[in-house]
Design a protein around this ligand. Structure first.
Ligand SMILES: C[S@@+](CC[C@H](N)C(=O)[O-])C[C@H]1O[C@@H](n2cnc3c(N)ncnc32)[C@H](O)[C@@H]1O
Length: 190
């Protein structure tokens, strides 16, 4: 079954509900200020950004406010339940610089070299987002100077992910800042 079809499944959305309650909880807001993580990812006003697996929108609303009117954010997820939730939050906040899109991030449908930044926050590793397919797609949609920001949860369990990103040969490491791994898109080796 394709990820997009899976995202419509009632069972999957039901299973995601408790996770969603945790992801969007006040306790999380209190423990993990989303703005700190976004700053650590180098998010700046005017940038064009893809957020993969936006979930309940924990990062979506602060990210959209940070990039401002001159910036643009595509918040993508496969789960129809999360997409509905984030769409409501975006319209309640009256944000015009966000597009909430229900789509498989392995095939974003975005133009090549169209983004300044991709956010992979709490989404890898995930069975529906295998790195061998996700990283080439992120490489394709990033501008030559574009950057990839990765926040892993829980970091201890996923210690091997940064090495896998480097092994792909598609990104070079910039720095780890406040738990966020930052990478620059690498030109494809001919
Ligand atoms: C653990 S949640 C993280 C949500 C959010 N980034 C956060 O930190 O609150 C992972 C999210 O990735 C989404 N997801 C999983 N596979 C996906 C895919 N192939 N394309 C887009 N989103 C996907 C899930 O639906 C889920 O909302």
């Amino acid at each position: 079954m394709k990820a997009e079809d899976l995202g419509n499944s009632k069972l999957l959305n039901l299973l995601f509900k408790p996770a969603g309650a945790l992801m969007g909880s006040r306790l999380r807001q209190w423990l993990m200020n989303p703005l700190k993580t976004l700053h650590a990812a180098g998010l700046q006003a005017g940038q064009t950004v893809l957020e993969v697996g936006c979930g309940t929108g924990f990062y979506t609303i602060p990210a959209a406010k940070l990039i401002g009117d001159q910036g643009y954010l595509v918040a993508m997820d496969v789960s129809s339940g999360f997409i509905a939730k984030v769409s409501r939050k975006v319209s309640m906040a009256d944000l015009k610089n966000v597009r909430v899109e229900k789509r498989d991030a392995l095939e974003t449908g975005l133009d090549p070299a169209s983004l300044d930044k991709v956010l992979l926050f709490g989404v890898i590793p995930f069975p529906l987002l295998p790195l061998n397919r996700l990283l080439p797609e992120m490489h394709r949609v990033l501008k030559p100077e574009g950057t990839l920001a990765v926040w892993l949860w829980p970091p201890v369990v996923h210690f091997w992910v940064p090495k896998s990103i480097l092994r792909s040969g598609l990104f070079t490491y910039i720095e780890k800042h406040k738990g966020v791994y930052n990478y620059k898109r690498r030109e494809a080796v001919k």
